[in-house]
Design a protein around this ligand. Structure first.
Ligand code: C2E
Ligand code: MG
Ligand code: MG
Length: 653
């Protein structure tokens, strides 16, 4: 933009300079042509002709006077006066020509004309109108005597003028040649300047056009894949909708997201990830017609507009072809990469009429495809719309839930299996929605994570649990411990949760070991977590690895991190029976945990048999509906007061 402005200034400057030069050139040409014309005006041939006429007139006057001398009787005074006057006027003609002096410069012109003037003055009286008396012979002879030398001088002058005019003519010819040469030079110069100017202007216009094309390329196309970007895609979708509306046709919008693309980026690096995206874009282009649009919205998200559809079945076969081509291995800089895709499909006008709604539908359908196991396509349905709307309302309500004090913690007893006593409980969050009643965490925690609200909610949970634990320690059990669920987002370095927890513990006067935090295995993959784990332990807080067995479950992580408790996920406990594979898994986990000095809590104990088996294996703690459902703090206090916080330890015999 800046450089365009500069170029425009330069163009204006050059134009102004050229205008100045052109004006100067025109002025010079005008000036020279005037010089030329004045040279012609002061034409020397005029002067020499005038001098010749004067010489002839002098001769005629002389002849007339001679005739009067030879034959005085026939003397005609009128005729003599006429000849005198004509001579006189010829003298004037010569003198009045402005070129005379210039041409006759260097001759005797001036003294001759002085003498002529003297002659005219002396004899004027004889040739006036009044004196028509015939002249004396003596007078005529005297006039003739004066006239003769003048005649001789005029002859010389006439010759001199002819000579001078020759020289001047030559001079003028060369001057004209020079003028023509100058004018031609100036015109050529002018022409060259004009050509140069046009060359510059045309080049500039081309550059501007090119930079405009570059800008439009940047504004409308994704630089990595050269596919239309979000902006151009939205524009095209709008156009296709209008076209389909006119022609009463149907169109399909596909929203495609690569599965596990993040893993490629994390393991092979972003450059290899870029190569994969380029190749994926190329493969997508091969699955559709020329008239269809494939666009990249960003990251690993692509959209495809299939227009002029006469058969919706066709969309399924295209989607199938896309899934197939994307699941073929990718050759990436000497390495092989694998991805799959999840595709959401929506139709105009069946599902929605406008760009935004179609995009939202396709996006929702894509999420369902992901949820159902990825590497598949899913059509948009009205129930998805319903679910999306419910979620939207939930998001809005969740924003106000903290301020409206709609959250409550329930406590789930953790039983020491060997003794049947309870010294621990897990705090579980409940949302008492004013219209919907109790909402369970599995429904709203993911939304809280998506919206970032989990940080404030998590801080509230910690503070509330700490406050409650302090109360119970004082009133009932001095060593009571509450374990708190955390989201990985809370433990990211920038959220500063640790600081908040420290202040909570201080404000209620609770030692760190009164609290255990439950983290999930995915957090252990984050290299920077080691440092924070040390800080957590420094505060005295214990750490539980929740839902063990459902994530990466890498033994090496367990060894590397300082974990206090390991919670076996309830799905393993649910299938516990003699001879079942889950029994073997639980046994293996227990053996490994014992070796590493980690205590084990089994979740989801619902039957006596499960309890017995776990007890027999030496599992430290158990949690489950067999003992109690999670209960409110008030209900939990009743358990304390009734001294029922112990359960019958099953007879292992
Ligand atoms: P979790 O930490 O694994 O908690 C155990 C879940 O299993 C609880 O569900 C509990 O009610 C349920 N449960 C306990 N015993 C049994 C049993 O015998 N049978 C069956 N079928 N279920 C049992 P809940 O309360 O719905 O919590 C679900 C998940 O929500 C929790 O799983 C935890 O990951 C998360 N969550 C709960 N509270 C919080 C919280 O304050 N913050 C965060 N970030 N997550 C929380
Ligand atoms: Mg838990
Ligand atoms: Mg759990």
């Amino acid at each position: 933009m800046q450089s365009n402005k500069r170029v425009t200034y330069w163009l204006i400057l050059i134009s102004a300079a050229l205008l100045l030069v052109f004006t100067g050139v025109l002025y010079l040409q005008f000036h020279h042509s005037r010089l030329l014309s004045s040279t012609v005006q002061y034409s020397e041939s005029n002067v020499s002709w005038n001098v010749f006429q004067l010489q002839s007139e002098a001769l005629r006057f002389n002849n007339a006077l001679y005739t009067a001398v030879l034959d005085p009787s026939s003397m005609d005074m009128d005729y003599l006066s006429l000849r005198y006057d004509l001579f006189y006027s010829r003298v004037d003609t010569v003198r009045q020509n402005p070129a005379t002096e210039q041409l006759l410069e260097g001759t005797d012109y001036a003294p001759i004309f002085q003498r002529i003037d003297a002659f005219l003055r002396n004899n004027e009286g004889y040739f006036t109108q009044d004196s028509q008396q015939p002249l004396d012979q003596a007078v005529i002879e005297s006039i003739l005597k004066q006239l003769e030398p003048l005649q001789a001088s005029l002859n010389d002058l006439s010759l001199a003028s002819v000579h001078q005019s020759g020289i001047h003519a030559e001079h003028r010819a060369s001057e004209v040649q020079r003028q023509i040469a100058i004018s031609t030079g100036l015109i050529v110069f002018q022409l060259l300047l004009t050509l140069l100017f046009f060359y510059i202007v045309i080049r500039q216009i081309k550059q501007l056009q090119a930079s405009r094309e570059d800008l439009s390329q940047l504004a409308n196309y994704d630089p990595l894949t050269s596919l239309p970007n979000r902006r151009l895609f939205l524009d095209r979708l709008g156009q296709e909708i209008r076209k389909a509306h006119r022609t009463k046709d149907r169109l399909a919008l596909l929203f495609l997201d690569l599965d596990n693309f993040k893993d490629i980026n994390d393991t092979l690096g972003h450059e290899v990830g870029d190569l994969l995206l380029q190749e994926a874009a190329r493969r997508l282009g091969e699955c559709v017609r020329e008239s269809d649009t494939v666009a990249r919205l960003g990251g690993d998200e692509f959209t495809i507009i299939l227009s002029d559809l006469d058969d919706t079945e066709h969309v399924a076969s295209i989607s199938q072809a896309i899934l197939k081509t994307l699941s073929d291995p990718f050759e990436l800089d000497g390495r092989e990469g694998f991805v799959s895709a999840s595709i959401g499909i929506t139709f105009y006008p069946d599902d929605a009429n406008d760009v935004n709604a179609l995009l939202k539908n396709a996006d929702q359908a894509m999420y369902v495809a992901k949820e159902q196991g990825r590497n598949r396509f899913h059509y948009f349905t009205a129930s998805m719309q319903q679910a999306a709307q419910t979620k939207m309302h939930l998001v809005n309500d969740l924003r106000n839930a903290l301020a409206n004090e709609e959250f409550q913690l329930y406590y789930h007893p953790i039983i020491e299996l060997a003794t049947g006593t309870v010294h621990k409980a897990e705090a579980l969050l409940r949302w008492k929605h004013p219209l919907r009643g109790i909402i369970y965490p599995l429904e709203f925690i993911p939304i809280a994570e998506e919206t970032g609200l989990i940080i404030d909610i998590g801080n509230w949970v910690f503070h509330e649990a700490a406050r409650q634990t302090q109360r119970w320690r004082q009133q009932y059990q001095p060593a009571f411990q509450v374990s708190i669920n955390t989201s990985p987002l809370q433990l990211r370095s920038e959220t500063n949760s640790l600081e908040h927890w420290r202040r909570s513990l201080e404000s209620v006067g609770l030692p760190g070991n009164a609290i255990a935090i439950e983290i999930t295995e995915s957090l252990l993959m984050d290299a920077s977590f080691t440092k924070r784990l040390v800080a957590i332990h420094d505060m005295g807080i214990e750490v539980s690895l929740d839902d063990f067995g459902t994530g990466y479950s890498s033994m090496s992580y367990l060894k590397k991190f300082d974990i206090d408790y390991l919670k076996i996920h309830k799905s393993f406990v649910a299938n516990l029976q003699q001879g079942a594979s889950d029994l073997a898994i639980c046994e293996a986990v227990l053996v490994m945990a014992q070796k590493l000095g980690i205590m084990v809590i089994a979740e989801g104990i619902e039957t006596n048999e499960q309890q017995k088996l776990l007890q027999a294996m030496g599992c430290d703690f158990g949690q489950g509906y067999l003992f109690s459902h999670p209960v409110s703090a008030a209900a939990f206090e009743k358990l304390f007061e009734a001294h029922t916080l112990s359960v019958q330890v099953q007879d292992l015999g």
